[in-house]
Design a protein around this ligand. Structure first.
Ligand SMILES: Cc1ncc(C[n+]2csc(CCOP(=O)(O)OP(=O)(O)O)c2C)c(N)n1
Ligand SMILES: [Mg+2]
Length: 366
């Protein structure tokens, strides 16, 4: 079966046609949402079993992440992701093994050779910038990449992703102002899950929607239902094409839900009501997307069974693979952390391979 969005089954249901995609694309998108969820759930189990120290989860964000980044050109465009970007990283080419190697902080972890905080994924050859711990600093990094693309005439688009709480940082103003003045090929995605750790959005934002701030920069601000994968795809496509064709930046706000606590060190029942949590579960993009594809006859029993088996095998393989890999040599802990080693002539050893460990998350779209 082809579920990669390339070649093979070229069937196009009315649902797929409504967004200009083939059925195989929709199945490939669903596969990524489901794979991200399965990898994420496994991380929580490994954390509770004492195997990995810390999890920061993308559960509830996956539909928006896959839909919004699907129209990017893999290996050409750039993404500066944030710590919830598990599905984004899978969509842009990282594998389940790559993510798990970072969680275990192994020597060959492509994100940082075990030097970054857990959940701070990155992959140079997939054009995923290493996650920045101080929130919102990555927005300026992505705008810098967009400026470089403009100067070099490379036709590349740079995307930065963050939460709504992070949108209140001063860096965001600087980044959007600069990107808007120079009409840079830049898209800012805000995944609004209603909380910044334990602080609800009413206590972080003076407006209900982050997207309205776009008007202060003279750029389009778009609100999209983050549980609607195909609406996210359409919003992402429009913004990315606008950026690529000289139309300047867009701010996209995807309304999502945070299905887990902020992190494995947080207990959200201490500050969220049972009603609030139930409301969140009702906006889980995974069953919503599944039902939509089942109703459209894009997802059949046979495809679902095959995907479930494949995803189970990928999660088992990623866990076993990462578990068996050697830890970094403690004597190298400071190598490539300070400027005397990096940036420099010699790339870190974990950048030695061009591609991912194991099969990549996505197909060859874009
Ligand atoms: C500059 C800075 N301030 C504070 C923190 C601590 N911090 C980490 S995540 C987070 C919440 C961010 O909330 P939001 O942007 O809404 O993203 P979410 O975690 O909800 O996806 C905070 C305050 C930080 N990492 N960097
Ligand atoms: Mg938030």
């Amino acid at each position: 079966m082809t579920v990669t969005g390339q070649g093979g089954d070229a069937a196009t249901s009315p649902l797929a046609a409504s967004v200009g995609l083939a059925d195989a694309d929709l199945v490939a998108m669903y596969r990524l949402v489901a794979l991200a969820r399965a990898v994420d759930e496994r991380m929580w189990i490994l954390n509770r079993a004492g195997r990995i120290p810390f999890v920061i989860s993308g559960q509830g964000h996956e539909g928006a992440q896959v839909g919004l980044t699907w129209p990017l050109r893999k290996g050409h465009d750039w993404i500066a992701p944030f710590y919830r970007s598990i599905a984004t990283c899978l969509t842009f080419g990282m594998s389940a093994r790559d993510l798990m190697l970072a969680q275990y902080a192994k020597a060959i972890d492509p994100s940082s050779g075990g030097r970054q905080m857990p959940g701070h994924y990155g992959h140079p050859s997939h054009h995923l910038v290493s996650v920045s711990s101080p929130v919102a600093t990555q927005i300026l990094h992505a705008v810098g990449i967009a400026l470089a693309a403009r100067i070099r005439g490379t036709d590349q688009v740079a995307v930065a992703i963050m939460g709504e709480g992070s949108s209140n940082q001063g860096d965001v103003h600087e980044a959007l102002n600069f990107a808007a003045i120079h009409r840079l090929p830049f898209v800012l995605i805000v995944e609004n899950n209603g909380y910044a750790i334990s602080v609800p959005s009413e206590k972080q934002l003076s407006v209900r929607d982050v997207a309205v701030r776009a008007s202060g920069y003279g750029i389009p601000g778009v609100i999209v239902d983050g549980t609607d994968v195909l609406a996210c795809y359409a919003a992402g496509l429009e913004a990315i094409e606008r950026a690529r064709t000289g139309g300047g930046p867009t701010l996209i706000e995807a309304k999502v839900t945070r299905l887990t606590a902020h992190s494995s060190d947080d207990q959200q029942t201490k500050y969220r009501s049972e009603d609030d949590l139930a409301e969140g579960r009702a906006h889980d993009p995974l069953p919503i997307f599944r039902d939509q594809l089942r109703e459209a006859d894009v997802l059949t029993d046979a495809i679902e069974a095959e995907l479930a088996a494949e995803i189970k095998a990928l999660v088992e393989d990623a866990t076993d693979f990462a578990e068996a890999e050697p830890d970094p040599d403690p004597a190298t802990a400071l190598d490539w952390v300070f400027a005397e080693h990096w940036p420099g002539e010699t790339a870190p050893p974990w950048h030695g391979t061009a591609g991912s460990h194991g099969s990549a998350g996505a197909g060859g779209h874009g």
